[in-house]
Design a protein around this ligand. Structure first.
Ligand code: CUA
Length: 340
């Protein structure tokens, strides 16, 4: 990381080379046309300079009409060429860029699910096994990592140049991103959205470890204290403490809908309409239960607005995820499973 690199950081994720190739393509196309146009301006300035016209060449007006406003076949051909070529190039950029974009915003099924919370001015990370980190994130090599992120205050942006990953982290909702590290090492993490006076200090690092080392690191609680409870276990405890469990019975006979298999499913709402039950939906249903009423149920759930921290919301969601999820995110393992 100490070399000066021509605006390209090292490639450390599966999409990095693809993003760079696309970037180079656009730089090449832009560079080619910039040089072509600048070159022609200079060329024409000399070619059609007044002094050359005075020397017995045809008048400028005549030439202009002959070459650019004529009705000859050559002129039509010229118009077609300079319309079709830029159109084709723009379409290539569009199709290529769109396909890359979809790759970047769609986490693969079975990705390792981690959580991030942005806060003025730090990054807080949670591993499903319960390990928490601040401004540092440890991940295993060669696995798809999916990050579900939220903010406690203002908009931040999770940016790891070496992974070519940048995603806004927004208060009041969840955003997600994913990456597949392809080499071990420590990589810069930045906040890429101005978020207050110490925005520039909201930095950290992502450390990619061999899977074996990562397991060992996790088992010792991130090299710190004794391993605590997993995120889902904490969520389950919260689920019982806050008496969510008295209404959301798993058999669907409770006063609230069953949460088994709800993540990623399509939920029918009272009064018609459906909603895709993603993490933002679960979060909204906890904080603002009246926003979307599941068909067949009475709106009677109290709000938990102001009573749960972002971390606790993530714990609850991690627990709901263990009840079954259809959105491709893997259920977090228990501490016992991670130790094996
Ligand atoms: Cu957080 Cu800038």
């Amino acid at each position: 990381m100490n070399r000066f690199l021509f605006f390209i950081p090292e490639q450390a994720s599966s999409v990095a080379a693809q993003v760079d190739l696309f970037f180079y393509f656009m730089v090449a196309v832009s560079g080619f046309f910039s040089l072509l146009i600048a070159g022609l301006i200079v060329f024409f300035a000399f070619r059609y300079h007044e002094t050359r016209v005075e020397a017995g060449r045809p008048a400028i007006d005549d030439r202009e009409h002959a070459t650019t406003h004529g009705h000859g076949q050559g002129a039509v051909m010229l118009e077609i060429v300079w319309t079709v070529i830029p159109f084709a190039l723009a379409m290539v950029m569009f199709a290529w860029g769109t396909s890359l974009y979809f790759t970047l915003v769609r986490p693969p099924a079975g990705a390792l699910q981690l959580y991030a919370v942005g806060k003025q001015w730090m990054w807080k990370f949670q591993h499903p096994e319960g390990v928490r980190e601040i401004n540092e994130l440890h991940v295993p090599l060669g696995q798809d990592i999916r990050l579900t992120m939220s903010s406690e205050d203002v908009i931040h942006s999770f940016f790891v140049p070496a992974f070519r990953v940048k995603q806004d982290v927004v208060p009041g909702r969840y955003t997600q991103t994913w990456f597949h590290p392809t080499r071990t090492g420590t990589f810069h993490l930045f906040c890429a959205e101005y978020c207050g006076t110490q925005h520039s200090g909201m930095i950290g690092s992502v450390t990619v470890m061999e899977p074996r080392d990562y397991e060992a690191w996790l088992a010792t609680g991130g090299g710190a204290a004794v391993p605590g409870q997993s995120l889902a276990q904490l969520g389950e405890r919260l689920f019982n403490e806050r008496a969510c469990s008295t209404c959301h019975l798993p058999n669907g006979q409770g006063r609230g809908p069953s949460l088994v298999g709800v993540l990623g499913s399509t939920v029918k709402l009272e009064g018609g309409g459906t909603v895709k039950a993603d993490e933002s939906y679960v979060r909204e249903s906890i904080l603002n239960p009246m926003a979307k009423i599941v068909a067949g149920y009475v709106p009677q759930m109290p709000t938990f607005q102001g009573q749960l921290s972002e971390e606790q919301l993530l714990e609850l969601i991690a627990y709901v995820r263990t009840l079954g999820a259809k959105d491709g995110g893997a259920a977090p393992p228990t501490v016992a499973a991670a130790k094996e």
